[in-house]
Design a protein around this ligand. Structure first.
Ligand code: GLA
Length: 385
């Protein structure tokens, strides 16, 4: 069964989901079961697997990456999709400070090593994520044995030890690192985030993190990575930080734009001016965590409301998402000389962090592959150029 028919069936299914035709819906479910049992679904997946992947369509532009867990790589269907579609991998959590360095004298390499081994087996590039962040940092890092905050000297020494050990282990395997993640404040009028890093070290921890990473692997490309980068106020703060690092001779090579966007945000002019502004710094840019939520953008988590139970991926949402992906990739192609990578945050609509943000348990459909790992309409739009 080809994609055309699969997408028609999905459309009809969505329609019955949202109407009261329960009996028809029952028969439709039966038809779906027969199709799956008769191998049509498998055939459809096979067709995708055998055809060109995103990485092939974009081979003259930039690598196309995906954030993965070690478990996804063990599932046959997801790992084949990764191999066929992507030529860059980012460990979703396995290399963050907390998971990889849970106690002062203990590193947990298992998950990170398994992702690196998979990528190397399949000749896929690897982006390291990340070396210094206020979230998912282990509690021990900031306190001494009596529970009191450590001094700036101790914290910088711990940061140095952490970065040197992790970067060294994957030297030559990881071509780019998100060195510092999300150090800028979202609050109007406040420049840097008031994190524990900032409270103990002041601004200095940022430059130091880049210096330690560069000393450990002088060939790795080092990125500053942040979200809500399309917001004019935040964008200027990111610009200011990166420019000050560059002017001070700190080894920084690029800006990571996370790209957690939605059907209504960013607008084309907003994204265009963001890419233009950052490109003016003369560094590389990468879209590091792309997903496009089918719900209007909300920036902070909130309680569930009755309206949140309507999670169907309707034809209208599909259309809006397709337009938004089309616009984003048109602009990515326009900036191909400065853009050195576009990475999706998660593989398919089977699992996304957006299923729990901003509303816990609200299913989202933010990626180019559906829960059966089939390409969505947005996929065909992204590869049509
Ligand atoms: C941020 C981080 C990522 C990830 C996402 C949400 O963007 O950089 O590592 O945690 O949030 O999943």
């Amino acid at each position: 069964m080809n994609n055309f028919w699969m997408s028609k069936l999905r459309f009809i299914n969505n329609y019955f989901e949202t109407t009261k035709f329960y009996i028809v819906k029952k028969y439709f479910i039966l038809l779906e079961v027969i199709l799956v049992l008769s191998g049509c679904n498998l055939l459809a997946q096979q067709q995708t697997a055998d055809s060109k992947g995103l990485k092939d369509y974009y081979k003259n532009y930039f690598p196309i990456g995906v954030a993965v867990s070690p478990w996804a790589l063990k599932r046959e269907d997801e790992s084949s999709l990764i191999i066929n579609q992507f030529n860059s991998i980012t460990p979703e959590n396995a290399m963050k400070m907390g998971p990889i360095h849970p106690r002062e004298n203990e590193y947990n390499w298992k998950d990170a090593d398994s992702i690196v081994a998979f990528a190397q087996r399949h000749h896929i590039k690897i982006r390291g994520h990340n070396l210094c962040w206020h979230n998912q940092a282990p509690a021990w890092l900031f306190i001494d044995s009596s529970g009191k905050p450590v001094s700036k000297e101790v914290l910088l020494q711990r940061l140095k030890e952490h970065i040197t050990t992790v970067v060294n282990r994957y030297k030559g395997a990881i071509y780019a690192w998100d060195v510092v993640n999300e150090a800028i404040s979202d609050k109007p009028g406040e420049y840097l985030r008031n994190s524990t890093w900032y409270q103990i070290c002041g601004e200095e921890f940022i430059a130091k993190a880049f210096e330690y990473a560069h000393a450990a692997d002088p060939s790795a490309q080092l990125f500053y990575n942040d979200y809500n980068e399309i917001n004019a106020d935040k964008r200027e703060k990111i610009y200011r930080l990166v420019k000050s690092l560059k002017d001070a001779g700190v080894p920084i090579h690029g800006i990571g734009l996370q790209g957690h966007w939605a059907v209504n945000e960013p607008s084309a002019p907003q994204l265009d001016s963001t890419l233009r502004r950052f490109a003016a710094l003369g560094l590389k840019l990468q879209i590091t965590e792309l997903d496009i939520s089918v719900y209007p953008k909300e920036h902070v988590s909130r309680e569930r409301k009755p309206v949140d139970s309507d999670t169907a991926f309707t034809a209208e949402k599909e259309q809006q998402q397709m337009q938004q992906y089309k616009m984003c990739f048109e602009l990515f192609r326009k900036y191909k000389t400065v853009l050195s990578g576009v990475t999706f945050w998660n593989i398919s609509d089977r699992n996304s962090w957006l299923d729990n943000f901003p509303v816990r348990g609200r299913k989202d459909h933010p990626l180019l592959f559906d829960k059966n790992l089939l390409p969505k309409k947005a996929f065909w739009e992204v590869v049509k150029f």
